[in-house]
Design a protein around this ligand. Structure first.
Ligand code: FMN
Length: 326
């Protein structure tokens, strides 16, 4: 468990990590609070945890999905985020900032502007808005602006002291809406074939890489399979992971797509291991597997069986900062 792993400039001293978990304990405008600092400090002190991916943070107000969600959309956020990375580093863990745009999950009433998405379709597993209005279809010009917003957010994260950034394309949020054939009905260069549904990812990865420089690790969380009729599949995830590796991604973090972070009917440790094993066989970069791990022995077994290079422990750590130490 104490095996080290180098991901570009980031050196991890163990293979168990804390995946992103929304606490929604920020201020109304998404700034870090004392209770957030205490929560992360306690988990960073757990010697079993080598790295914490902090909760999904909105890159632009239009992409905010929930009240009190963390923000990385404004330069004024940097000061609070710096305090957050400081407490995590003081606890002995590395930390990654998860960059997100909610797309059609963004709540219009909350943000005072309409939700946007690749196509004006209802989200397969979430209501779009309280009044069930469909999201507006993004224009190519707006997509260009979004790509720049990811890059600007990445710069803020780096300035705030994060060791890396993670581009969020899982759980049915905006980039995952482009990836899934259920929500991307576009006929321009951003939709149609899988190749085209990945185009916005290529552009975001290139812009983020340009913004943070060649030495800084960039991860991507992919909701690789929707586990739904007509949705994305594990085969798509394998193809996409190869595209991401080629585009310069340093770590693939796997989870579900439109189904969210669970697979109906599965509750065993490593319930996405069918996907992580298939992806791991196809790429050289490290693969992170999360879902269903309850004990350090569960994580150890998944690592021994080569199901992934890193194992995430979510809800158990959410409940108990001292997970695994008893
Ligand atoms: C309360 C809660 C909040 C979550 N927030 C996020 C998030 O911000 N970003 C994300 O990618 N996943 C999020 N997830 C998914 C977790 O990262 C993880 O994939 C999921 O909990 C499954 O792992 P576990 O079985 O170890 O809990 C969240 C899960 C829960 C329960």
């Amino acid at each position: 468990m104490k095996d080290t792993l180098n991901i570009r400039s980031m050196k991890l001293d163990g293979r168990i990590v804390m995946p992103p978990l929304g606490t929604y304990k920020c201020t109304e405008d998404g700034r870090v609070t004392e209770s957030i600092l205490d929560y992360y400090a306690a988990r960073a002190r757990n010697p079993l945890i080598s790295m914490i991916i902090t909760e999904h943070s909105f890159i632009a107000l239009q992409g905010r999905s929930q009240a009190r969600q963390m923000s990385v959309s404004d330069d004024g956020d940097i000061e609070g985020l710096r305090k957050l990375t400081d407490v995590i580093h003081a606890g002995g863990a590395k930390t990654i900032c998860q960059l997100n745009h909610g797309g059609s999950t963004a709540v219009a009433g909350l943000n005072g502007m309409p939700a946007v998405a690749p196509s004006p379709v209802a989200h397969p597993s979430r209501s779009t808005e309280k009044d069930s209005k469909l999201p507006l279809e993004l224009t190519e010009e707006q997509i260009g602006q979004l790509v720049r917003q990811y890059a600007e957010a990445a710069i803020r994260a780096k300035k705030a002291g994060y060791d890396a950034v993670e581009i969020h394309s899982a759980h049915g949020y905006l980039l995952n809406q482009f990836y899934s054939p259920l929500t991307n009905l576009r006929t321009d260069r951003y939709g149609g074939s899988l190749e085209k549904r990945l185009e916005i990812h290529r552009e975001v990865i290139a812009a983020v890489r340009e913004a943070v420089g060649s030495d800084y690790p960039v991860a991507l969380r992919l909701g690789g399979s929707d586990y739904m009729e007509g949705g994305s599949t594990i085969e798509d995830a394998v193809y996409a992971a190869k595209v991401f590796e080629e585009a310069g991604i340093d770590l693939i973090d796997l989870s579900g797509g439109m189904c969210g972070y669970m697979v109906p009917g599965r509750n065993y440790p490593g319930y996405f291991r069918d996907m992580s094993e298939a992806v791991k066989a196809a790429v050289q970069i490290p693969v992170l597997l999360t879902g269903g791990v309850k004990t350090p022995a569960d994580a150890e077994k998944l690592l021994e069986e080569n199901a992934a290079d890193l194992i995430g422990v979510g809800r158990e750590l959410f409940k108990n900062a001292d997970w695994g130490l008893q």
